[in-house]
Design a protein around this ligand. Structure first.
Ligand SMILES: *Cc1c(COP(=O)(O)O)cnc(C)c1O
Length: 454
């Protein structure tokens, strides 16, 4: 089976256990009646039919975008929690799940090296970054937010939402924030916050956080680390030395965004923002007449921009981290190392293949490459043809549009008849990709024969 059906039995068992916790109440049966169940069966069959119209994200042959189903324990814990449907806005809405959120967020903070922190789950990385930039503005009013041109597109959008000035800085030939360009910009003054991306979305490049932090001696600015994608990779034991150096100093950042719904095996709707200085909690103060703060303890709604949030997301993350603790050498860490191992292996195969062009070696688990052709436009159409042909053979890759400036030095013989080139991009985001690489290559190889000049 491509999808996990067997573990559903565990939901039935754990649900019965949860239900027994409410046995003291007067009898009330929440089960729909037979007629309703028959109607639901019809609707759900239709839903299943509709959902077939998706790429097979669960299968190792899906090696395209950053997509995969959550870990079964996350899915089951989420479903279990939905029978209660706690709201982590306030303790009254979700006592247990708020406590679980605080615990698993503290584990994330410990993973980056913080014993103290302020933080909470968010709807995703965009909202986590939004909060970090909102706090950044409060600590350094009027400061410009800078990030590399390869930073996530939502930074400039969220700066727009917040009414902050945003500037994109050039990258080096590895797709990392250029430290010399940053220093030049800092020299000119007015920068409030530097966004450092550990794992860019397009190429998985890791900005040189250590070098950025070194500039603190000379300039004053706030550092926000956007590790929505790459945040967990510090646990892996097979990073290159530059990436290792960056992950090793994450604790020196002022704020960090990590998406458990990217590499943390969670369903969508689970991001996380962390602040090093707990005092920033004061910026969130509000006095809502609707909020029913019944206890003196911290309600998560007091330290987040969003109001209602799914307690189920916290329960799922808690369960996942309970099963797979965030420790170096553990099973979760080995899974990340396998993802990177798969990327390195794919890169090694492509690098020695005369049919294709490669650029920089993957720093995390994203590989970009392109079929050999004379011009940028011919490369782009061949990339799309390979994407489509591979899909017809059930192998799903992705394409990315990258700027000339990033690839020019790697591909000196390419004629740039346009300023961007479409390349192939694979996020090897599933640990299984490592064992499946030979099978993936067996599909890709004949596709390349057909769509390149040999
Ligand atoms: C995915 C991503 C985001 C946006 O996160 P969402 O969870 O999609 O809102 C931000 N930054 C980086 C580096 C990302 O990879």
């Amino acid at each position: 089976m491509t999808l996990d059906i067997r573990t559903l039995e565990l939901l039935r068992e754990s649900l019965a256990h949860l239900d027994a916790g409410f046995a003291h109440l007067p009898t009330f049966d929440a089960t729909p009646n037979d007629q309703e169940i028959r109607s639901m069966r019809g609707v759900l069959k239709e839903v299943a039919e509709r959902l077939r119209d998706n790429y097979p994200y669960a299968h190792p042959f899906y090696a395209g975008q950053m997509l995969k189903p959550p870990h079964p324990v996350a899915r089951l814990a989420y479903a279990l929690a939905q029978h209660v449907n706690p709201n982590n806005h306030a303790l009254d809405g979700g006592r247990a799940s708020s406590a679980m959120e605080k615990e698993c967020v503290a584990q994330l903070a410990r993973m980056v090296g913080w014993t103290e922190h302020l933080g909470h789950l968010t709807g995703g990385g965009t909202i986590a970054n939004l909060e970090a930039l909102w706090v950044a503005e409060r600590t350094r009013p009027g400061g410009v937010i800078v990030a590399s041109a390869q930073a996530h597109y939502t930074h400039s959008r969220m700066c727009d939402v917040l009414g902050l000035a945003f500037e994109a800085l050039p990258t080096d030939r590895h797709g990392r924030l250029s430290v010399s360009a940053l220093e030049e910009r800092l020299e000119r003054g007015g920068v409030g916050t530097v966004v450092v991306t550990l794992g860019t979305t397009a190429t998985g490049s890791v900005d040189p956080l250590r070098d950025v932090l070194r500039l603190h001696g000379k300039y004053s600015f706030r550092t926000h680390v956007d590790a929505a994608y790459g945040g967990y990779f510090g646990l892996a034991d097979n990073l290159g030395s530059d990436a290792r150096a960056a992950f090793d100093v994450m604790a020196e950042a002022d704020s960090i965004a990590i998406d458990p719904h990217k590499h943390g095996l969670q369903p969508y709707g689970t991001g996380c923002v962390l602040f090093r200085d707990t005092a920033v909690g004061a910026y969130y103060k509000h006095d809502s007449p609707y909020t029913y703060f019944s206890s003196a303890e911290l309600h998560l709604g007091e330290i987040s921009l969003e109001c209602s949030r799914p307690g189920a997301a916290a329960v799922a993350l808690w369960a996942t981290q309970r099963l797979l603790p965030l420790e170096r050498g553990g099973k979760f860490a080995r899974g990340l190392a396998d993802c990177r191992g798969a990327a390195l292996e794919l890169f090694a195969r492509l690098e020695k293949d005369s049919r294709v062009r490669t650029a920089f070696s993957p720093e995390l688990d994203i590989v970009i490459w392109a079929p050999r052709a004379e011009t940028a436009s011919a490369t782009s159409s061949r990339s799309r043809a390979i994407f489509e042909a591979a899909a017809r053979s059930n192998l799903h890759l992705a394409v990315a549009n990258l700027p000339r400036g990033l690839l020019e030095s790697w591909w000196p013989d390419l004629t740039w008849d346009r300023e961007h080139v479409t390349v192939l991009r694979s996020c090897l985001i599933k640990a299984e990709h490592r064992a499946w690489l030979p099978a993936i290559w067996a599909v890709l190889d004949p596709v390349l024969n057909t769509h390149t000049d040999r």
